[in-house]
Ligand binder design. Structure first.
Ligand SMILES: Cc1cc2nc3c(=O)[nH]c(=O)nc-3n(C[C@H](O)[C@H](O)[C@H](O)COP(=O)(O)O)c2cc1C
Length: 171
């Protein structure tokens, strides 16, 4: 990408699971790929991330709640969305069409808008074995969402960093 080309705007939706704590590493890789990144956290995930550090890193405020009717839009429109990590909870609510968090509202609209979406599910084995989870991942895939294998970003060993490459290489 040259300096004159507008950057692709990626909305990075962050849910409340351990990779959220290291999400600035993924932001850095996505910047290197030429994306402008806007972080949208679920309300639960706000306790796992550093809002002000991410705002400084991305140049955009971290959104976690719906704006009031008269508030301006503070983020540019998205060209694509990545949901990393995507929790059991948010995946299941998303497929059910529930919009009770700003993140879910965006994700539900993105399906209707047919925006490119990548999801990195992150659910431990007992949750991943729940029959609705597998079915909902298949549904997302049927809707055109790129669904990575569950826990694709989990490191091979606990002391290693998260494996962000399966996401960053898609942008
Ligand atoms: C220490 C801890 C670790 C968790 N790890 C996961 C996880 O790996 N995957 C997951 O789906 N939920 C995990 N949860 C549960 C979610 O945080 C919880 O379901 C939450 O309601 C998800 O909210 P959200 O989907 O709105 O982000 C964890 C919770 C805690 C306290």
């Amino acid at each position: 990408m040259t300096a004159s080309q507008p950057k692709r705007v990626l909305y990075l939706v962050v849910c409340a699971a351990p990779p959220a704590q290291a999400i600035s590493e993924l932001v850095e890789l996505l910047h290197e790929q030429g994306c402008a990144v806007c972080v949208i956290a679920t309300p639960r995930a706000t306790t796992w991330i550093d809002d002000s550090a991410l705002a400084e890193q991305t140049g955009y405020p971290v959104r976690h709640d719906y704006k009031r009717p008269d508030d301006p839009d503070v983020l540019p429109p998205a060209d694509a969305i990545a949901v990393v990590p995507a929790t059991f909870n948010t995946i299941n609510k998303w497929v059910a069409g529930i919009s009770d968090t700003f993140a879910l509202g965006l994700l539900n609209e993105a399906i209707g808008l047919e925006l490119p979406i990548v999801v990195a599910p992150y659910a431990k084995p007992p949750l991943a074995a729940h029959p609705v989870f597998e079915r909902n991942l298949r549904t997302l895939s049927d809707w055109g969402v790129t669904v990575l294998p569950n826990e694709a970003i989990r490191p091979q060993r606990i002391e290693l960093p998260f494996n962000w490459q399966p996401i960053s290489e898609l942008f």
